[in-house]
Write a protein that binds this ligand. Structure first.
Ligand SMILES: *Cc1c(COP(=O)(O)O)cnc(C)c1O
Length: 434
């Protein structure tokens, strides 16, 4: 927050000078942690560029196709770019995935072929996947198709229950599902190295196990992706990290070629698989978004590091701590009351470039069982690589802040969130003594 930003912008919104001082102190404290992100970004940028070279991306690839999309070069080369960058045999990158949930669902339905059971190793999966797993008897769901589903709860430190996992996989030919990011749970996310250890245990108990990782929010946050840790498939959303803020919809699946094709046959149908599917709008934004993604993720991470220190300084519990290693772009802030959650989200919305004047309210969402409040006036609807905050309206009233196409925008958003809480006299008392 340099003085001109404060004079020109923040004073105009009536922001408390104490909050601006807190922000300046937080900025100074996080400089070293933010500087580490630069070397991550340059390494991942190099990986992505190498993938573009390897796949021989040409100008022709940027244009669209129509109808069946037979021989659509833009589509096929984009698959090769993702596969190379994520160290996969094959990848399926499609605008036709309507959400990350859809991509994960196709990956799981495909992978279940010929398997005995599904084991969720990281507790109940993300809320929107619960209807996909379903219940025995529920048509079209994994459980409804007759597969037993085992859910192994994580302990408070977010550690996987290895003894029970080993027992489960040793007795069956299972698919193990691992979620890298914490979702709406107040627990640490699993690093790629944590995932690697879990996968070694699985392989030691039964090498014939398929491991699927929900990689949402994780892409480019580390210098390795879960396929390098031994996973068979990873999946994610293009309106999160790998879309670089430019993709307007879609998802991806990458990993073992045979499993990617089984998933493609779920997205389309047997016989069509990955070979059919056109995109009249073209692929420019998908290529450019992937090219920009390492940098954009870096911007979001530097913003999250600032927000972590800033809200900690104000007096809230934060997860992760600003100096801790990260494996996803999520910054949890435990606010402790519904009033604060709503004020925080009003602040993030107020700071958005689009729809800054609307007021976020909790509502029911398809696939989520608790009411959720979501803030984010984004260029792409629901995009969470753009600055956004979500909170399920339940204990411990934590808000999950993520994204931000520029670090500066995240910093301004954090100030607005604190400002909205201050206006409602909702900040912890300790702050008055600063
Ligand atoms: C975002 C996300 C998903 C997929 O959610 P969509 O809203 O369907 O894209 C799945 N798992 C995790 C952990 C996520 O963060």
């Amino acid at each position: 927050m340099d003085p001109r930003t404060i004079d020109f912008f923040l004073r105009g919104y009536g922001m408390d000078p104490n909050l601006m001082d807190t922000a300046v102190r937080a900025m100074e404290r996080v400089q070293r942690a933010q500087a580490k992100i630069e070397s991550l970004v340059s390494y991942n940028q190099a990986r992505v560029l190498e993938a573009f070279h390897y796949a021989r991306v040409s100008e022709r690839c940027l244009f669209g196709s129509s109808g069946y999309g037979y021989g659509d070069e833009g589509r096929d080369v984009l698959d090769r770019v993702y596969a190379r960058a994520f160290k996969a045999e094959a990848a399926l990158v499609r605008q036709q995935f309507v959400s990350g949930t859809h991509a994960i669902a196709c990956a799981l339905f495909g992978a279940m072929h010929g398997r005995d059971m599904l084991v969720c190793a990281t507790g109940a999966p993300y809320d929107s996947l619960l209807p996909v797993i379903g219940k025995p008897g529920a048509p079209g769901t994994i459980a409804g198709m007759g597969y037993p589903v085992g859910v192994l709860e994580l302990d408070e430190a977010g550690t996987v229950d290895i003894p029970r996992l080993r027992e489960a996989v040793s007795k069956s030919r299972s698919v193990v599902f691992i979620q890298r990011s914490c979702g709406y749970e107040w627990r640490p996310s699993l690093s790629v190295s944590d995932i690697s250890q879990v996968i070694s245990e699985i392989r030691a108990s039964n090498p014939d196990t398929v491991v699927v990782v929900d990689n949402c929010y994780g892409e480019f946050v580390e210098d390795m992706e879960p396929l390098e840790a031994g996973a068979d498939l990873i999946c994610g959303s293009l309106i999160k990290n790998p879309g670089g803020g430019l993709c307007t919809s879609g998802g991806y699946i990458a990993g073992k070629a045979e499993l990617v094709e089984l998933a493609a046959e779920r997205l389309t149908c047997p016989g069509n698989g990955s070979y059919v599917g056109s995109n009249a709008a073209g692929y420019r934004h998908m290529y450019q978004g992937f090219f920009m993604a390492p940098m954009v993720v870096g911007q979001a991470l530097k913003g999250a590091i600032f927000a972590s220190r800033f809200f900690e300084e104000i007096g809230f519990d934060v997860l992760p701590h600003f100096s801790a290693p990260r494996t996803d772009i999520i910054q949890g802030v435990k606010l402790g009351s519904p009033d604060r959650v709503l004020a925080f989200c009003r602040g993030i919305q107020r700071a958005s470039a689009v729809d800054s004047f609307v007021r976020p309210v909790p509502s029911d969402l398809p696939g989520y069982d608790k009411q959720v409040v979501m803030a984010g006036g984004t260029f792409v609807q629901g995009s969470s690589i753009e600055l956004s905050a979500d909170a399920p309206m339940r204990e411990p009233f934590a808000v999950y802040l993520q994204g931000g196409l520029t670090t500066q925008h995240v910093m301004l958003g954090a100030l607005f969130a604190a400002h909205e809480m201050a206006k409602g006299e909702l900040l912890p008392v300790a702050d008055a003594e600063n």
